[in-house]
Design a binder for this molecule. Structure first.
Ligand code: 0A1
Ligand code: ZN
Length: 849
């Protein structure tokens, strides 16, 4: 039971704050248990204010003193903040509060991680630092003085003075409090410089704990590339004299875009060939870019209120995916993004947690940092760009920066710049923001006398609180192929605006094969009767690489569905196509690796569920195993050669091409392990000089239940490296057979290095359990119980990470009644916990309803 009746906040209730904040001065006297924060804030009443009440947020603060214009005052203080009588003319508010960073395990506000002070203020953490109108539409300049014994004292903006035991920072750009940051610690920097296109010299630093300084070079390169890319592609220049990044070990999310002082989860910035995999390198590059890009999309132009979160997040994810496409392979990036979207966002959109890209109510905003806001938010930007065209997109975005720089904006402002610069009416398009749920597009076709007609019918299933949906405008990119595989019509974007609509193509000599939803032009589920022969044809011939992959993916899915439902043997034609494709050296290795990667077991469960079956996680797992075994056997003769040919020789480099080859190589090794029991994997383990190959070999060996020696060796080698040990913890669970996954995870929670307070370690174990579908859902429900036990234990320490992990239960209604009852019992047990946080309470009640 949550402490008090949770309050729901509505978008429709938005009212501006009645006061302008002109300047903020903060002084921090650092001390682990008793940090004093002195604030001096200049307020001016707004002449046109609707609401003049003076309420300052404040939580877990001990108020020492408060003054207005130098005179002591006695405000009314509650658990949420304070109210006070204030003058109707400009006045200065001063307060002194005491806080305890060292006992702050929620990792929100000012806390300590491994002896260093750091902050996390998005979304509403600043109120745990001092009393303040903690809302994104209140923007002000900040001057910060830090007093402490630490060697390095950092805050936002530019340094404005320092001496023995103190430093001062001034941020000239008005910002909301959620972008405030402070770091203090005995840190070491990896320095560099960047000259902006107008010639401004910027000092760059990545700050880390001593010992990590050799893991900063890649992150720094990524930062410099991001700064250059934003100038080249969006014309956006950096605007301070210094840009600092700090790595911290205890962090709830990936990273945070605080103005001029980005704070990163160390897993998202520290990289070295020996300790990081290719996937880590790619993710680090993308996250550094993402946080940097926020400087304009998020910081210079921020959100009016938290309902508008997608305004900064959707756009910034879209920008970072453009960046990755430019730095690496655009088609590989698109395929990976769609796999991720389907795995996380579609699961959310089709379950009890479904919500709009712009929600209209919430209890705890931290629960809305979701795949829907981020990834679907980015898809919406991509659709908009496709509908208006590249040039119009560039023009509209330029207008957005010109018109709204320095403001706190809404989705309406964003759409308005597109309407104004293109003359297009976007009222129907705006439904992408206001309607939750994944649209289904049913496709039928017809060919008569040289004319090919596609009929598209759209519908969106009901979602919580939204039973009925209107048709949206959906860009459907289509190309047509002739019978010989040549393209007879290049890509054209069909604008589906009606519930049902037909589109005709004339002058065709014979019935074409359609390639629909090229590049995955809209986040929808396409339903179309097709044959395996047609899919194989598209896999072989489509000029759109996304749809080539998609054809293979559908074949893979259908083959497994048939295995699960009809105990069919693995589809022979598909196996044949796959074995050809693996050997086809003319294809990009990264693409081949993607075609070889099996559809996720969760995705298969959802597909079966949508077709009216109750998915059995064990049967889905068995089908995947049988399929992989059959494929390995079909490749018996060529596997050793394929494995050898794809092995990357020479010094490790994290570039996309080498990474693609290593990915394909790892898939060969995993097939080969099915035939040789782990001989090749053991050799690779011993020879590996980089984490990508070491990790891949260990995964194969653990999966084959033949990796005890290597697992121990890995442990001995890396027990002093927190990030590498996260991999070790995760692999033990991820590679466990279904029957053993829950007990493996349970044992790990007893391990001396398991640390409930470190979100990375908690996620390594519990996240891996939730991802091991057949293990998590293994009969008897031990996985459910273990997760619930740990969520209950963590909630008392860190509500935010607990609440996020609750989403492991979001798909529960797909399963049989026995599993549903087992999950329900755990959800109810969590819900009945004394003093459950608002975060977890909201998540559990949404999942249960
Ligand atoms: N804005 C950051 C992510 C972030 C969001 C919330 C946090 O605490 C609730 C922390 C970080 C980003 O998009 O990178
Ligand atoms: Zn972001």
């Amino acid at each position: 039971m949550a402490e008090a009746t949770p309050q729901t906040i509505y978008l429709k209730d938005y009212t501006p704050f009645g006061y302008q904040v002109d300047e903020v001065h903060l002084t921090f006297h650092l001390s682990p248990k008793a940090t004093r924060v002195v604030s001096r804030i200049e307020f001016t009443p707004k002449p046109d204010a609707v609401d003049r009440s003076f309420f300052l947020h404040g939580e877990q603060l001990q108020l020492i003193a408060a003054k207005i214009d130098g005179q002591p005052v006695s405000p009314d203080v509650t658990a949420q903040g304070l109210t006070c009588d204030v003058p109707s003319t400009p006045f200065v508010w001063e307060s002194e509060v005491e806080i305890s960073p060292v006992t702050n395990t929620a990792l929100e506000g000012l806390y300590m991680s491994n002896g260093m002070y750091c902050t996390q203020c998005e979304a509403e953490g600043f109120r745990k630092i001092t009393f303040y109108p903690d809302r994104p539409d209140v923007m002000s300049t900040f001057t910060v003085r830090i007093e402490g014994d630490e060697k390095v004292l950092l805050s936002n903006g530019n340094p404005s003075g320092s001496g023995e035991g103190w430093a001062e920072w001034h941020d000239p750009w008005p910002k909301p409090a959620y972008l405030f940051a402070l770091v203090a610690g005995d840190l070491i920097n990896h320095p560099d410089r960047f000259t902006t296109k107008s010639g401004k010299d910027v000092e760059l630093n990545i700050w880390v704990r001593p010992g990590d300084e050799d893991k900063c070079a890649f992150g720094m390169e990524a930062l410099i590339k991001s700064m250059k890319w934003d100038e080249d592609v969006y014309g956006l220049e950096y605007d301070l004299d210094i840009f600092n990044i700090v790595a911290v070990d205890d962090f709830n999310m990936g990273a945070m875009e605080n103005k001029g002082l980005n704070i990163f989860n160390s897993s998202c910035v520290l990289a070295s060939p020996e300790t990081s995999t290719d996937a880590n390198f790619e993710r680090i590059e993308a996250i550094i870019a993402h946080e940097y890009f926020h400087n304009w999309t998020g910081n210079r132009i921020t959100c009016r209120d938290w309902f508008q979160l997608c305004l900064k997040e959707g756009l910034t994810v879209y920008r970072d995916s453009q960046f990755t496409s430019d730095m690496r392979s655009a088609s590989v990036k698109r395929i990976s993004d769609v796999i991720d979207l389907r795995g996380r966002q579609f699961a959310e959109d089709n379950g009890p947690l479904a919500h709009q890209v712009r929600p209209e109510s919430f209890q705890e905003i931290n629960n809305f940092y979701t795949a829907t806001i981020y990834e679907k938010g980015a898809e919406v930007i991509g659709m908009l760009k496709r509908l208006v065209g590249d040039e119009a997109y560039t023009k509209a975005v330029a207008l957005y920066f010109e018109r709204h720089d320095g403001q706190a904006c809404t989705i309406e402002d964003w759409l308005q710049v597109f309407e104004d610069s293109t003359g297009r009416d976007l009222s129907q398009f705006s439904k992408w923001y206001s309607q939750a749920g994944t649209p289904r597009i049913k496709v039928t076709d017809d060919y008569l006398d040289g004319t090919y007609t596609l009929t598209l019918e759209q519908s969106t299933p009901a979602t919580p609180g939204q039973p009925d949906k209107d048709p949206r405008v959906i860009p459907v990119a289509v190309g047509l192929l002739g019978q010989n595989g040549d393209e007879v019509r290049g890509t054209e974007v069909l604008e589906l605006t009606e519930a049902k609509q037909s589109f005709s193509f004339d002058g065709l000599a014979s019935k074409p094969v359609p390639s629909i939803l090229r590049e995955f032009s809209a986040p929808v589920i396409m339903e179309r009767e097709s044959t395996n022969a047609e899919r194989a044809f598209l896999l072989a011939h489509d000029s759109d690489s996304f749809n080539r992959w998609e054809a293979g993916n559908t074949l893979a899915k259908e083959a497994r569905v048939a295995m699960v439902l009809d105990a069919a043997a693995p589809d022979a034609d598909y196996l044949d196509a796959l074995t050809k494709l693996v050997r086809d050296d003319s294809l990009d290795p990264a693409f081949r690796a993607l075609v070889l990667s099996p559809p996720s077991q969760s995705d298969l469960a959802q597909t079966l569920f949508e077709r009216g079956h109750t998915p059995d996680p064990q049967a889905i797992y068995d089908a995947a195993e049988t399929f992989a075994q059959t494929l390995a056997e079909a490749l018996t003769d060529s596997l050793p050669r394929l494995y050898a040919d794809t092995t990357v020789q020479g010094a490790y480099s994290p570039d996309a091409e080498s990474a693609g080859k290593r990915d394909l190589n790892a898939r060969m090794l995993s097939l080969l392990t099915r035939l040789d029991g782990g001989e090749a994997a053991a050799r690779q383990y011993d020879a590996a000089d980089n984490m990508t190959q070491q990790n891949a070999a260990l995964a194969c060996l653990l999966k084959a239940e033949n990796g005890e020696t290597q697992s121990q060796a890995f442990y001995d080698q890396w027990q002093g490296d927190r990030l590498v040990m996260d991999k070790w913890f995760g692999l033990q669970v991820a590679c466990s057979a279904p029957k053993k996954a829950a007990s493996a995870a349970a044992n790990l929670t007893e391990h001396a290095l398991f640390d409930l307070k470190n979100p990375n370690r908690f996620r390594a174990v519990m996240g891996a359990l939730a991802m091991n579908q057949a293990g998590f859902h293994y009969e008897g429900g031990a996985g459910y119980q273990l997760l619930a036990d740990n969520l209950i234990a963590l909630d008392a320490l860190n509500p935010q990470t607990t609440a996020r992990m609750c989403s492991a239960f979001q798909t529960w209604k797909r399963y049989d009644s026995t599993r549903q009852e087992l999950i329900r019992a755990q959800l109810e047990r969590i819900s009945a916990t004394n003093n459950l946080s608002r975060d977890t309470n909201e998540m559990v009640s949404r999942i249960l309803n």
